[in-house]
Design a protein around this ligand. Structure first.
Ligand code: SAM
Ligand code: SF4
Length: 459
């Protein structure tokens, strides 16, 4: 579904800030991007962002509901913010996926919470703050039809001095993976018109951004007036944008045209995050993932053939209902065979109203995996991933790689960090040379750690 296009308007000058907002973000890049848009919107209403919750007149918590643990973290953060409310009357609001899922229930559970709002209601924050100032308590969690939905635009000024930026390409998800709460908390897929996406990338390039990551829960099913591979080409053609990335993708939307974009378009970076979730077909079937292990490996091979050296990363869930030791070993075997550059792995967490949570324990196929078994499997999977990732990192030793500099490394003075086209983090000393964020330099790799590389600036 495509959202309504709109004419861009020049950004008005910002009013002098009179109040302070602290934004606490949990979860994925979509939430990071939403938090940025909230802060930018509030800046147009005289709010300045503060890094200290204790100074704030407003605390916004942008939440994640993907696993139960994320919800527990929200409740403990709110517990800490309660004292700020008692001390200086700070307004506390919760947005994001837990807000969408819990609605008014969250107001009942947390009596000092002022209001709750879902991801589709961000643009109404100033109006909601007005209501909160009249001591109203409410939950705004309605959905907007795809025809009315306007994607909040990024303020390019906020990205000045940065080398990289996230650009929202679409929102929501039309898939029905049985473990996942996203379709309930983020709604149906809506794609942002390509002209808007390209204009935002051009505005970001205008303030010095060199790399954009197009984001969406299922970004490769994009349909904003062109298909996703075409969107990648349009963004790669924006003057000043040297690198294009995207996240996250579902394997069943990995089309031939997308593989060809990796083959033909040098601006599309050779890194693909392609979540597999499990190496066992019966588990994938119960997860409703819509592909088999063989089909996944076939797509994986096509990517490697189209772009030799491409880094492929993935997600795994362990301890999914009914996962046997043999199913789990199939995940280990897949990891060993695909030799993923990295993976994010999680213990299955039953989420309210999802297919897997509703069927959990209903038959032998859906039997719960004991927590200690799941945790032990997670440790084994992560140990194997560390081994594979370590070998892949060591294979970089002695190579000279192109690094887009992001800024100081946070280690030794005079040291900066950046990323290779494959998204590997590289730290190096500038050796007294001026190497600002946004510079693309060549670095010879001298050391390889588990998560990052270290090297020397090449001539
Ligand atoms: N859209 C992506 C895809 O199709 O794979 C995934 C996005 S999801 C926000 C990020 C990851 O969280 C998933 O790939 C999955 O591994 C993990 N995840 C989602 N729901 C989960 C659950 N109920 N328990 C454990 N991990 C979960
Ligand atoms: Fe969740 Fe990704 Fe499946 Fe959509 S495609 S339901 S976001 S796991």
């Amino acid at each position: 579904m495509l959202s309504r296009a709109r004419a861009g308007a020049p950004a008005p000058a910002l009013p002098a800030p009179t109040r302070k907002v602290f934004v606490h973000t949990f979860g994925c890049q979509m939430n990071d991007a939403d938090s940025e848009r909230m802060a930018e919107l509030l800046a147009r209403h005289a709010w300045a962002r503060t890094p200290h919750a204790e100074d704030a007149d407003l605390i916004l918590v942008n939440t994640c509901a993907i696993r139960e643990k994320a919800e527990q973290k929200l409740l403990s953060a709110l517990g800490r913010y309660r004292e700020h409310k008692a001390r200086r009357g700070t307004v506390i609001a919760v947005g994001g996926c837990v807000a969408q899922q819990e609605k008014e229930r969250l107001l009942s559970r947390v009596p000092y919470l002022d209001f709750v709002f879902g991801p589709d209601n961000i643009a109404r924050l100033p109006e909601m703050l007005e209501r909160a100032s009249r001591r109203e308590r409410f939950a705004e969690t309605g959905w907007m039809g795809s025809e009315e939905y306007l994607f909040p635009s990024a303020d390019p000024e906020a990205a000045r001095g940065r080398a990289t930026a996230f650009v929202t390409a679409m929102k929501g998800c039309d898939n029905v993976c049985s473990f996942c709460i996203v379709p309930r908390t983020r709604g149906r897929e809506v794609s942002r018109p390509f002209a808007e996406v390209v204009a935002e990338c051009a505005a970001l390039a205008g303030v010095g951004v060199r790399e954009v990551t197009l984001i969406g829960q299922n970004v490769n099913s994009y349909a904003g007036g062109c298909a996703f591979p075409e969107l990648l080409r349009r963004v790669a053609a924006v003057p000043g944008i040297a690198r294009v990335r995207f996240t996250t993708s579902h394997p069943h939307d990995l089309s031939d045209a997308l593989v060809e974009a990796f083959r033909d378009e040098p601006g599309v970076m050779p890194h693909f995050h392609l979540p597999v979730q499990s190496g066992s077909d019966p588990v994938l079937w119960r997860m409703r993932r819509d592909y088999t292990v063989e089909e996944y490996l076939e797509r994986h091979a096509r990517l490697l053939a189209a772009r030799p050296g491409i880094a492929i990363t993935t997600d795994f869930i362990v301890g999914f209902p009914g996962e046997t030791e043999a199913d789990f070993e199939a995940s280990l075997a897949l990891l060993a065979r695909a030799r993923f550059d990295n993976s994010f792995s999680f213990v299955f967490s039953p989420r309210p109203h999802t297919g897997a949570a509703l069927r959990l324990g209903s038959s032998a196929e859906w039997v719960a995996v004991p927590r200690e078994v799941a945790v032990e499997r997670l440790e084994r999977l992560q140990a194997l991933q560390r081994e594979v990732a370590g070998e892949r990192m060591r294979a970089e030793l002695g190579r000279t790689v192109e690094v887009l500099v992001e800024g100081p490394s946070g280690g030794e003075p005079g040291e900066v960090m950046g990323r290779t086209p494959e998204n590997r983090v590289v730290h190096f000393s500038t050796a007294g040379r001026d190497v600002p964020a946004g510079a693309i330099v060549r670095v010879r790799i001298a050391r390889a750690g588990g998560n990052s590389l270290r090297g020397d600036l090449a001539a």
